[in-house]
Design a protein around this ligand. Structure first.
Ligand code: MRU
Length: 341
């Protein structure tokens, strides 16, 4: 680990999976230890670990834990149970498919653990590359606005959109980061603000509702977000509120950039209309830190992701290259390009 990348939310040590409990940040830094796949599944469902690449990586380790039980039945239950934890991030299914291929090729528990560790290491390497490529695409000497948390906490390490932020800041190209608080779970306020502060990167927190005014002010040179799934036509599912940011960015001619590894691209889903959008419980909207903020019997709709149409995306930054104005043709070309262009 290096400067600008000191946090590991997911790691394997001494025969256990360690997960930084993101529900308790920024006040408490506590790791949960998992020795059973069911604990990993529960941790993903309950948001101990969150962020598209990180849940895929955690699930891969979950399979490795299940393999230690030496029961094909338990392993099959693990594949099924882990896949059912959260529906939107395609990285989960991607990582499980990779683990299944390794298993089908004869990998034992040790080899499955090695595969999970490879998935994590490859994710960090992809993020470093995304960071380097993305930094060049940010207008120099300006601020950026980001949403949710896409950093070390949400990935194997370093981050996607926050990887771009880290690389741009290290290169002296960035004045500051504006982090939207990201209602209702507050990934921006609780996680992104904490993560960037830990790295000494200047960060200013805004209420989600302040984003359009910020974009109108002219201070922000680009909006940079991550993704949970990019459909074959370039539509982007990401944290709820991303679509509103893309609309506001377009209205003010601010570039809207999406940073995501290839494991987030879903060639099998034609457009955003086919992406399953997770809705979570009403309690996320009804209280903050145990304090009621709405009448308890109020009706609630709590979708936690939205879809930004490809036409609002100025560039998709992947480890294999940057695609300007992504569409079905450009995404097909990217996916069929050699790994090192
Ligand atoms: O509900 P979460 O916190 O898992 O949602 C996370 C996001 O929406 C991130 O923006 C996305 O997973 C990209 S993380 C590199």
């Amino acid at each position: 680990m290096t400067a600008f990348d000191r946090i590991r939310a997911v790691f394997w040590e001494s025969g256990r999976l360690h997960l930084l409990d993101q529900r308790r940040l920024p006040t408490v830094e506590h790791y949960l230890d998992c020795t059973r796949w069911r604990e990993v599944a529960e941790a993903i469902r309950d948001m101990v670990v969150r962020g598209a690449p990180a849940i895929g990586i955690a699930a891969a380790y979950g399979v490795a834990l299940a393999a230690r039980e030496r029961s094909e039945r338990e392993l099959a239950a693990a594949f099924e149970g882990l896949a059912a934890t959260r529906p939107t991030a395609v990285n989960l299914g991607w990582a499980l498919a990779r683990m299944r291929r390794a298993h089908d090729a004869g990998a034992d528990a040790g080899a499955l653990l090695a595969e999970a560790q490879r998935i994590q290491a490859e994710d960090v390497a992809a993020n470093r590359r995304i960071g380097a490529l993305g930094a060049e695409h940010l207008p120099a000497g300006r601020a950026v606005l980001t949403h949710c948390n896409t950093g070390s906490l949400a990935t194997g390490g370093y981050g996607t959109a926050l990887g771009v932020v880290r690389s741009a800041y290290a290169a002296g190209r960035l004045t500051r980061v504006y982090a939207g608080e990201t209602r209702p779970w507050l990934q921006g306020a609780r996680l992104t603000a904490w993560e960037l502060q830990a790295d000494g990167i200047p960060v200013r927190l805004i209420a989600d509702g302040a984003a359009a005014s910020l974009l109108a002010s002219g201070e922000v040179g680009a909006v940079v977000v991550g993704a949970d799934r990019v459909a074959a036509n370039g539509d982007v599912a990401n944290k709820i509120g991303t679509y509103a940011l893309a609309l506001a960015a377009a209205a003010h001619d601010v570039p809207f950039l999406v940073a995501a590894p290839l494991s987030t691209l879903d060639a099998d889903t034609a457009s955003g209309a086919g992406i399953p959008i997770e809705t979570r419980g009403a309690e996320e909207l009804l209280s903050i830190a145990g304090q009621a903020i709405a009448p308890p019997d109020i009706e609630v709709w709590n979708p936690v992701f939205d879809v930004t149409p490809a036409r609002l995306v100025d560039a998709l930054i992947t480890e294999r290259g940057v695609v300007a104005r992504p569409d079905a043709h450009a995404i097909r070309r990217l996916l069929s390009a050699p790994a090192h262009e």
